[in-house]
Design a protein around this ligand. Structure first.
Ligand SMILES: [Zn+2]
Length: 401
């Protein structure tokens, strides 16, 4: 979208310049050109957001690759965000030229401001072409909801125009607490109703997999990058483990593959491997924040990851006081070490245990040409095994010695 506007404005200025030199009736010309620009912008917005409910507007290439003049191509960048507090949660931004995909918005409602500040550096037009909500746990959806604010809530779903929202098909959550108050999941459902009212196409991962109701299994993001929704059986089967309902997605850019599995656990990973022909992956988002119960060898031995990024608050006792199981866990590290030592972590717990401080910081994986990948952290780019935190808290696996 932003390129379309830029091109139209450039044309507008160039035309005005030429006409002023030729002594034409500039005012009349400008007025008619302005209205053309406004209607072009409006139709572009409707097309990108699927406002007309036509699936063809949302299942194709939403980037502008067919316009006049030079196309600005920024390549692909994948950003694992710090969330501004001491709580583990997920939020990943994928930026492909003018197209943005946001996967999850953890970790708490007040992370919305932190996320928005970051996303706005890449999303200049207020439009998130795609949003994925992997599953209904608070550390993945709370900042979609945000806090009450005026005139709008602060949540990501209230702050951006969303083209297509792809979400989990099942959950064990309830909309209301025992006392009748809305749960975070209940508030998420309200936010989904809100974006539907604004024209967002909302699909489940199962609808995507089945190519039904306007949803698509594969979306072209631009610059030769496609987003493929994968299948795993807990899109349809019930389980007591909420994490296993996670939406799984494979991003493809030429020969490079990037895998996102939310908080999928062992049983979900086994199904993912069984039901998809998974390729070797350049990047794998460390499953379930580096939990000992995810990133099983059944998955790793197939995808053989070269870079692993973990969204967590390293060493936090939020989920367990057993140090070796705190994210990123020793068991996770031991299994990953068989494939790579390029492991990056967004956040770590402060010495007093009260706040989250940057480890690598926001971790940015970039691939402008479809071949060479770079990884950079906004705090530093030190791999996990070389950090002070690792040396003090983890045992070095044989393959990393
Ligand atoms: Zn989680």
């Amino acid at each position: 979208m932003k390129n379309t506007i830029k091109k139209l404005l450039t044309l507008f200025i160039a035309a005005a310049f030429v006409l002023s030199g030729a002594g034409c009736d500039l005012n009349g010309f400008i007025n008619s050109l302005q209205s053309d620009i406004e209607s072009a912008i409006q139709s572009g917005l409707e097309q990108e957001t699927g406002a007309d409910g036509d699936s063809s507007a949302t299942d194709g290439d939403s980037s502008d690759t067919s316009g006049v003049g030079d196309i600005v191509t920024d390549g692909l960048s994948i950003h694992f965000l710090q969330l501004g507090n001491q709580y583990t949660g997920d939020c990943t931004l994928i930026d492909v030229g003018d197209t943005e995909v946001l996967i999850d918005a953890g970790s708490r409602k007040n992370s919305a401001a932190t996320i928005k500040n970051y996303v706005d550096k890449y999303c200049e037009d207020g439009v998130l072409e795609y949003v994925i909500a992997t599953h209904a746990d608070q550390d993945h959806i709370a900042a979609f909801v945000g806090n009450s604010g005026s005139p709008l809530r602060t949540g990501i779903l209230y702050q951006y125009q969303v083209g297509t929202l792809i979400q989990f098909n099942k959950t064990n959550k309830t909309e209301l607490t025992d006392k009748g108050n809305q749960t975070v999941y209940g508030e998420y459902l309200s936010a989904v109703e809100y974006v539907k009212g604004k024209g967002t196409a909302v699909y489940t991962a199962l609808e995507c997999w089945n190519n039904e109701n306007g949803a698509s299994r594969s979306y072209t993001l631009g610059d030769g990058v496609t987003m493929q929704i994968l299948y795993q059986k807990f899109y349809e089967e019930s389980t007591s483990d909420e994490n296993d309902y996670s939406v799984c997605m494979l991003l493809k850019q030429g020969e490079n593959n990037y895998l996102f599995t939310g908080d999928l656990e062992k049983k979900g990973e086994a199904s993912l491997v069984e039901k998809n022909d998974l390729p070797k992956c350049k990047l794998y988002k460390g499953g379930h924040h580096g939990s000992p119960t995810s990133s099983t060898d059944a998955l790793l031995s197939v995808i053989k990851p070269e870079i692993v990024c973990v969204c967590c608050c390293a060493g936090s006792a939020e989920y367990t006081s057993t140090k070796e199981n705190q994210f990123p866990s020793q068991a996770f590290i031991d299994r990953i070490s068989l494939y790579t030592d390029k492991v990056y972590v967004t956040t770590m717990i402060s010495e007093d245990g009260k706040s989250g401080i940057p480890m690598n910081g926001d971790v940015v994986v970039s691939c402008p040409d479809g071949k060479n990948i770079t990884v950079e952290g906004t705090n530093n780019s030190v791999v996990l095994k070389d950090t002070e935190w690792f040396k003090a808290n983890r045992t070095t696996p044989t393959d990393w010695q």
